[in-house]
Design a protein around this ligand. Structure first.
Ligand code: GLA
Ligand code: ZN
Length: 661
């Protein structure tokens, strides 16, 4: 069954309201609620004194109403008694006075007290609810973020991590290149983070520190996972990751969980109305890609966000429903809206829920009801069906992190570049999987893009080379192959270990930043490009576009190499989207991937399949009406009628069609 529901905070409301809320939820189509992820001070009001009576009552109430429950472990909000008595719980974050209860996120993942009390509260919860028939699953913590904590536990933990990783100080000094600026360590105790601005620090140390902190999150989470697994039966565990991709190793974070989850807040403002649905599509593909399987949305946009920023504009009619369908169209098997009702108290009073403070159901709840009714009706058909694509993009935690540390050129951002690549595919109607590790590179993909794959070790290089040799097509962009995994530069001409695969050498590069240059393709078409130009020398590749400006006018800018039974394209600049579309469209033609050039901006296509059954989602995520040409009349699963080949969609219109094969 597709999970359809809301995030609910019984501890915020008088009990009289609970009954009324549960009844209205049920009537509106809610079949699952998420609760308790911040309620530590009510579950354990004093050290060792537990009170689960209220939560028992809330869960039972929902159960009576036929609503299932997901429980959050409340470790993002350690209560006041805990931080008062065990101050090592608090992180020491650069530039921030340590935060206090009533705020959130004020916990160091490496604090022994935090780990100890995390185990206790999780164990108590899991013992009590691990076999409760209404509880279907668990969420660890809430929106983990990487902390650059400098407390003594983190420092000691880091040194231990390094000893494990490098064995000797001599080796560490060599791998980090600490001889530069006389930074060689002669005692493990000398290593740590200081007040020094990061731009003056050793980039190898900084990357390792982030790897260590990312691993600390996973180790912290493991305490929760162990207790839940020990005491539960038939319940799943997930975690809700934050909307923006974080420098957190998501593949590792979700490695021990059953599936991934995301909190999804598409922008409801006019200025982002066109671009944002594409960024959202990337985000959803990225989450599905972590485990290569369906995911949940633990927080879906239910009302205009606000509070610590000016409130966002009210969602256009259809917005709430259409974006919830976008989540499902890209692999969500559960969609929970944040939140049932806007809070009347606390720092987030103006992060609006489906219902406003006045508690009168309005337009937003009505839209939710419509979505819930439709998704409920299609639940059996859609639940567990999969998104399967022939094109993939590799997202790399190490490269993202290293490029955040050293952004290379004014205006460049790794994730923005990923967006441009992904958007180009979406506009061609080509579905894309986002891979998180080179081990996910598989021969079922015909096309793989490795945007700015800055950090490349031997293993990754070998995977990519063999993908091509066996018939795949790979596309690389500038700043690929620059670094070794220890964050030192490869002492090789670029693209470093992949130079032979692409059959080119970057003889020189020109970081042009916000300046605009141009390239010219073989047919003489000019396209603008910017940020960074690689001047290419071909070894075995052939040029397919050349620089059209500056002293290197005429120098190859984009090349194609044949290797084994595959091909490797090197794009030596950041071209405008029209060029990426034309390149990917051409490659799609060569490799037999279906693409279309007539999709109106804002129209998003996606498919879910099970066996021979296939469903096509056509979403108009835009404020304008749009029309899409279908290959033939198809049956609408929403209305049961046959949709004409010229399918007209109203603003934020949704169509779900049956494809018979
Ligand atoms: C995040 C958190 C929620 C809530 C929302 C809205 O997604 O997980 O608890 O704070 O943001 O701000
Ligand atoms: Zn710490």
């Amino acid at each position: 069954m597709i999970g359809i529901g809301v995030d609910y905070y019984p501890e915020h409301w008088d009990r009289e309201l609970w009954e009324e809320d549960a009844r209205l939820m049920k009537e509106s189509g809610v079949n699952v609620v998420r609760m308790a992820e911040f309620a530590w001070c009510r579950m354990e009001p004093e050290e060792g004194r537990f009170d689960f009576g209220w939560l028992d009552d809330a869960i039972d109430l929902f159960q009576r109403n036929g609503i299932q429950v997901v429980l959050g472990v409340p470790t993002m909000t350690p209560p006041a008694w805990l931080t008062q008595r065990y101050p090592d719980v608090l992180p020491d974050l650069p530039g921030q006075a340590s935060s206090r209860p009533g705020v959130r996120g004020h916990r160091c993942y490496n604090s022994p007290s935090m780990r100890r009390f995390t185990r206790i509260i999780t164990e108590r919860m899991a013992m009590r609810y691990g076999k409760h028939p209404a509880v279907i699953g668990w969420q660890t913590d809430n929106e983990f973020m990487l902390h650059m904590c400098r407390c003594r536990h983190c420092k000691n933990g880091f040194v231990e991590w390094l000893r494990n990783e490098y064995g000797t100080l001599e080796r560490l000094n060599r791998e980090w290149g600490t001889v530069v600026w006389s930074g060689e360590f002669s005692d493990w105790e000398q290593i740590g983070l200081h007040e020094t601005p990061e731009r003056y620090m050793n980039p190898s140390l900084l990357l390792d520190y982030r790897r260590f902190q990312s691993e600390s999150v996973v180790n912290f989470q493991r305490v929760q996972v162990e207790e839940i697994r020990k005491h539960s039966e038939g319940q799943w565990i997930t975690h809700n990751t934050w909307t923006a991709p974080l420098p957190l190793d998501l593949a590792a974070l979700y490695g021990e969980l059953d599936f991934a989850s995301i909190d999804y807040y598409p922008a409801s403002s006019a200025d982002k109305a066109v671009s944002n649905p594409y960024s959202g599509a990337l985000l959803l593909d990225l989450i599905r890609g972590i485990k290569g399987k369906n995911f949940w949305v633990m927080e879906q946009y239910g009302g205009p966000p606000g509070s610590w920023m000016p409130t966002w504009p009210s969602p256009y009619p259809g917005f709430i429903r259409a974006f919830a369908w976008q989540s499902i169209s890209r692999g969500a098997d559960g969609v929970l809206f944040f939140r049932w009702r806007s809070g009347v108290a606390g720092a987030e009073q103006f992060w609006h829920g489906l219902i406003d403070h006045g508690n009168v159901p309005g337009r937003r709840l009505a839209e939710f009801r419509r979505f819930a009714e439709e998704a409920g009706a299609l639940s059996e058909r859609l639940y567990g069906s999969r998104v399967e694509n022939e094109a993939a993009i590799l997202y790399d935690f190490d490269s993202h992190t290293a490029l955040q540390l050293q952004p290379q050129v004014d205006g460049f951002d790794y994730y923005e570049h990923m967006k441009a690549v992904h958007r180009s595919f979406q506009k061609l109607g080509i579905g894309v999987d986002v891979l998180h590790t080179p081990d996910q590179i598989a021969s079922r993909y015909k096309l793989l893009v490795i945007p700015s794959l800055f950090v490349i070790g031997e293993h990754t290089a070998a995977k990519i080379r063999s993908f091509v040799e066996q018939g795949g097509t790979v596309v690389a962009t500038p700043r690929t192959g620059v670094k070794r995994t220890n964050n030192q530069c490869h002492m090789l001409q670029l693209p470093g270990p992949l130079a032979d695969c692409f059959g080119v050498r970057v003889s020189e590069y020109d970081p042009i930043g916000p300046g605009v240059h141009a390239i010219q393709d073989e047919s003489g078409n000019l396209y603008s490009c910017g940020l960074w130009n690689d001047l290419l020398e071909t070894t075995s590749a052939e040029p397919i576009a050349r620089h059209a400006e500056s002293f290197y006018k005429g120098t190859p800018a984009v090349t194609r190499n044949r290797l084994g039974s595959g091909q490797a394209y090197y794009v030596g600049t950041f071209p405008e989207e029209a060029y990426l579309r034309s390149l990917f469209g051409m490659i799609a033609g060569e490799t037999g991937i279906e693409a279309r050039t007539d999709l109106p901006e804002g129209v998003h296509l996606s498919r879910r399949k099970r066996g021979t059954e296939s469903v096509l989602f056509v979403l108009n995520l835009s404020r304008e009406p749009n029309a899409v040409q279908l290959e033939r009349p198809m049956k609408s699963l929403l209305t049961g009628t046959i949709a004409a080949p010229n399918l007209e969609l109203e603003p934020y219109g949704v169509e779900i069609l049956e494809i018979d094969s």
